[in-house]
Write a protein that binds this ligand. Structure first.
Ligand SMILES: Nc1ncnc2c1ncn2[C@@H]1O[C@H](COP(=O)(O)OS(=O)(=O)O)[C@@H](OP(=O)(O)O)[C@H]1O
Length: 204
């Protein structure tokens, strides 16, 4: 980590830290005052998004259902050893972080609101980091082709910029009963996460 000078904010983005057992202790031993921003989305959609990403690299991948459920004939036993499922157990991951950091060190950003209201969610991020609210509504527009918000004018460029092709890809169709089982499985973990974070993300 580079030395942070007066007036600078050093940021590091590694999605897997949130779900890595050793990460909370290591980050705390580096600097326990670190502010932590976690973007979370509905774990069911997250699992499908994760599967979509792997499928794009490996088109021969077995079906979502055969990876998410232990017994392909029944949709009751969820395979929590599959990372796409395990990562969505936010309450469990947060528990290990809270052994090292107080809740006040965290900002939970809603992945859904980040799409519906990027400026609002970015406002929360700027407040949390103690920054002046510079990024706001005027910086975003909704790109109909992409189906997502994009930046009107990124710094150093006069052209609008959307996120790359690997962000916001269409998801494959998953049988509704598989999604329903997964939704039921996550419900208690989601409720626990709402309690722990003090925020209701509305994933029902
Ligand atoms: N503005 C904008 N444009 C495009 N995509 C957006 C945007 N905001 C949020 N998203 C959602 O970000 C999802 C991909 O983010 P990831 O978490 O996979 O990114 S990362 O790989 O961890 O960096 C990606 O998930 P998928 O839709 O499954 O591709 C998007 O839904």
């Amino acid at each position: 980590m580079p030395r942070t000078l007066e007036g600078q904010v050093t940021m590091e983005k590694t999605p897997s830290y949130f779900v890595t057992k050793e990460a909370p202790m290591r980050v705390c031993s580096m600097n326990c005052d670190t502010k932590l921003i976690v973007v979370v989305r509905d774990p069911v959609t997250r699992a499908v998004s994760d599967y979509t990403q792997t499928l794009s690299k490996n088109p021969g991948l077995p079906s979502f259902q055969s990876l998410a459920f232990r017994n392909s004939s029944g949709l009751d036993a969820i395979d929590t050893s599959w990372s796409a499922v395990r990562i969505g157990l936010y309450a469990q991951h947060l528990e290990s972080w809270l052994r090292h950091f107080p809740l006040s060190r965290f900002l939970f950003v809603s992945g859904e609101r980040l799409v519906a209201d990027p400026a609002g969610e970015m406002g929360r991020v700027q407040d949390f980091l103690g920054l002046k609210r510079i990024v706001g509504d005027k910086h975003f527009y909704f790109n109909q082709t992409k189906g997502f918000p994009c930046l009107k004018k990124p710094e150093g460029s006069g052209h609008p910029r959307c996120l790359g092709k690997s962000k916001g890809r269409p998801h494959p169709l998953i049988p509704p009963e598989a999604l329903q089982s997964l939704r039921a499985f996550y419900r208690p973990f989601n409720l626990k996460f709402y309690q722990m974070s003090g925020q209701d993300f509305g994933w029902d």
